[in-house]
Design a protein around this ligand. Structure first.
Ligand code: AVI
Length: 331
């Protein structure tokens, strides 16, 4: 990763090379749409509009993962802070940091300087949030990183922190396969010191009757979020997708233990994408698989940790045990 650092006294911004970013998007779209089961990596949902739509999803009555994790953080922030100590807080996929604020407030109440290092793929959201946090917290010092950390948690080494708490909230790890998640945890554990901690927020398995509406809400916000990725391809790669020719589909894959989101072609069609020099053909009802959202049991989470040499030390749940906040320490 090439980085450019924009320093100021309380805020430093580390940026992934924009050129690299664009190139990767084109390659991923070309590869994904040429596969027998067409697919797109979910990280491309999060352009400015997609990030706004995700924020909106989080306010929906059906989308319980946000509410329940918020309940855990608001209820136990002081306890979690006491467990972590005053370590620099690194956060993968920080977004607008709404939930993290509960933890940041606990740091602030300690009355001494603390360091927050958010890492996100959505640059505008990262920058706006960092500037807002500077206004809200007088003791905060921010090092923010615009990066695609998905397959490379090592990007956080650029922060050069001696000791750290690494947080990955919002069940975002669930958007990777269990195999990739274990690899991500292994690589993260490999760059953790003996006193570092890893804080994971992850959605738990439950009845599909509760899970499914969270990904297929009555107002159609999730549908708009899903379809937005086609809009992004149109804008950034010269695609000619007609959005009304695709529909949002959410299903629970019982065997894999995940919610899948797809975009289903309403009729047979051919879609040119200028920048990747491809015309993509769709049969009627053929789908693009756009996201998997894996759900876990507590034992499966503990086991994933073990596979990565991380020991589950503390757990916090919401009142209905819908969501888990897990604290790991290196073995
Ligand atoms: C970010 N991630 C954990 C969300 C999820 O629940 O898988 C993304 C999302 N997709 C549809 N709604 C929300």
């Amino acid at each position: 990763m090439q980085t450019e650092v924009i320093p100021n006294k309380r805020l430093q911004l580390y940026c992934m090379d924009a050129q690299t970013h664009q190139h990767t998007f084109a390659r991923d779209v070309a590869d994904g749409l040429a596969a027998p089961q067409k697919w797109l990596p979910p990280k491309y949902f999060y352009d400015e509009r997609g990030s706004q739509l995700y924020e909106q999803i989080c306010t929906l009555p059906e989308y319980y993962p946000y509410r329940t994790e918020m309940e855990i953080l608001s209820t136990y922030a002081a306890e979690i802070y006491a467990e972590i100590g005053h370590l620099a807080l690194v956060e993968f996929g920080s977004g607008s940091a709404t939930k993290t604020r509960h933890l940041l407030s606990a740091y602030e109440w300690a009355g001494r300087p603390f360091r927050y290092c958010p890492v996100d793929i959505a640059r505008e959201v990262l920058w706006d949030t960092a500037n807002r946090l500077l206004q809200e917290y007088s003791h905060i010092e921010i090092r923010a990183m615009h990066a695609d950390f998905a397959g490379q948690p090592e990007v956080i080494q650029a922060f050069q922190l001696e000791k750290k708490a690494v947080a990955f909230l919002g069940s975002s790890l669930g958007n990777s396969t269990p195999e990739d998640s274990v690899r991500f945890l292994q690589r993260t554990a490999a760059i953790m010191g003996p006193e570092d901690v890893f804080l994971l927020g992850i959605d738990l398995k439950k009845s599909p009757a509760i899970m499914l509406p969270a990904y297929d809400d009555a107002q159609g916000v999730t549908a708009a979020f899903n379809l937005n990725v086609l809009h992004r391809i149109n804008r950034e790669l010269g695609g000619q997708f007609e959005l009304q020719s695709f529909e949002h589909l959410a299903l629970y894959n019982n065997e894999r233990g995940c919610i899948e989101m797809h975009l289903r072609s309403r009729h047979a069609q051919r879609v040119p994408i200028v920048q990747i020099e491809q015309v993509v053909s769709f049969d009627k009802d053929e789908t693009i698989h756009t996201e998997s959202s894996y759900k876990y049991s507590v034992d499966e989470v503990r086991d994933m940790g073990y596979q990565a040499n991380l020991v589950l030390r503390r757990t916090w749940f919401d009142a209905r045990r819908s969501f888990l906040l897990a604290l790991f320490r290196p073995l």
